[in-house]
Design a protein around this ligand. Structure first.
Ligand SMILES: NC(=O)c1ccc[n+]([C@@H]2O[C@H](COP(=O)([O-])OP(=O)(O)OC[C@H]3O[C@@H](n4cnc5c(N)ncnc54)[C@H](OP(=O)(O)O)[C@@H]3O)[C@@H](O)[C@H]2O)c1
Length: 314
């Protein structure tokens, strides 16, 4: 399994297991299978409401001697209603308690947007906390304290653009170590990737398969299907693998981390096998032509200009 290096030379398994939209017995079973197959990196978030299930699965696996805590790499994320400096420590403590862990390997600010405490998803502009009242740099300072206190080995952000990262840089004792963003051949984010590479920030790709299982209300009318794109299907034929494996291995060959969500055991094993695929340089070059800056998760659902949040990805 490829490992990506943090600035302090600690490592993160490049392939992880996404868990958004997964809960309960199905998730416990999938985590158990995944770890037995060799997965070590699991991505969750407070908002996925599955930290307790993941904790149950991990505890059992450690008890059975399948894996040790130190071998696992667990990421969780701060939800948007906990951005005030004084709320961050309680939020991480809550995630740790549900996961049954003493520390996270990685803790991320989920979105560069603040809601009022207790708001899961905003219904009106009153549900937001303005950028003035909850500036991101203050949330970040609380994240730095989390790391200093040993509650997370590494800290980072998610859904941050270059603009957000540059703005934050002035206030950081330590800049984010990871930025988790939507990334796939139709949204290659080359400028952001170059910025992250030049600033020692690991990029993690979410929705690498197009997030096809998210709720219909989150989808636009005519979404492309990544796994049916002509070039992806042709590459799958050429390398004698599946389109999903091509989509996953592209990130690994590009130096990024990738966290496909998979509950079905054939998906879990296929995705794990994708780490073996070595791309020819000319195929990596050819992929650049597919970029359309197309987002499956476009962030418009969090627009709130009244509170200082214009389109998050602007
Ligand atoms: N930071 C953020 O704001 C953010 C946003 C979105 C996602 N994420 C993270 O990124 C992870 C991945 O993104 P995502 O869950 O949105 O979508 P995704 O990984 O792009 O797609 C998941 C879908 O692909 C299917 N699948 C998995 N492996 C497959 C294979 N080999 N062949 C065919 N289909 C396959 C899954 O099916 P089965 O489950 O039935 O196996 C599921 O329906 C999330 O789970 C979450 O951890 C983070």
């Amino acid at each position: 399994m490829q490992q990506l290096k943090f600035r302090n030379q600690n490592t993160m398994p490049a392939l992880g297991l996404g868990t958004w939209k997964a809960q309960g017995e199905e998730l416990v079973r999938a985590i158990t299978q995944a770890v037995k197959m060799g997965y070590r990196h699991i991505d969750t978030a407070m908002i996925y409401q599955n930290e307790r299930d993941i904790g149950d699965a991990i505890r059992q696996l450690i008890k059975e001697g399948v894996v040790s805590r130190e071998e696992l790499f667990i990421t969780s994320k701060l939800w948007n209603d906990q951005h005030l400096e004084e709320h961050v420590a309680a939020a991480v403590a809550n995630s740790l308690q549900k996961l049954g862990l003493d520390y996270l390997d990685l803790y991320l600010i989920h979105w560069p947007i603040a809601f009022k405490p207790g708001v899961v998803l905003p219904e009106s502009s009153d549900d937001y906390t303005s950028l003035e009242k909850a500036p991101i740099y203050k949330t970040w300072r609380a994240m730095e304290a989390i790391k200093e206190n040993g509650l997370a080995k590494h800290i980072g952000v998610s859904n941050f653009t270059i603009k957000h990262l540059v703005a934050l840089k002035h206030y950081c004792r330590e800049t984010p170590e990871v930025n988790q963003i939507e990334l796939h051949p139709l949204l290659q984010q080359t400028e952001l990737r170059d910025y992250c590479q030049n600033n020692d920030i690991i990029l993690t790709a979410y929705a690498p398969l197009g997030s096809g299982d998210r709720h219909q209300s989150m989808k636009s009318a005519q979404e492309p299907d990544l796994m049916e794109l002509e070039s992806i299907v042709a590459l799958a034929k050429k390398y004698q693998v599946s389109p999903a494996q091509i989509l996953i291995s592209w990130h690994l060959n590009r130096g990024c981390s990738v966290i496909p969500k998979a509950m079905q055991s054939q998906h879990l094993s296929q995705n794990m096998a994708a780490v073996q695929i070595q791309w020819l340089p000319e195929d990596l070059v050819m992929m650049k032509e597919l970029d359309q800056q197309y987002r499956f998760i476009n962030g418009h659902f969090f627009d709130c200009p009244e509170q200082g949040y214009d389109w998050v990805f602007a």
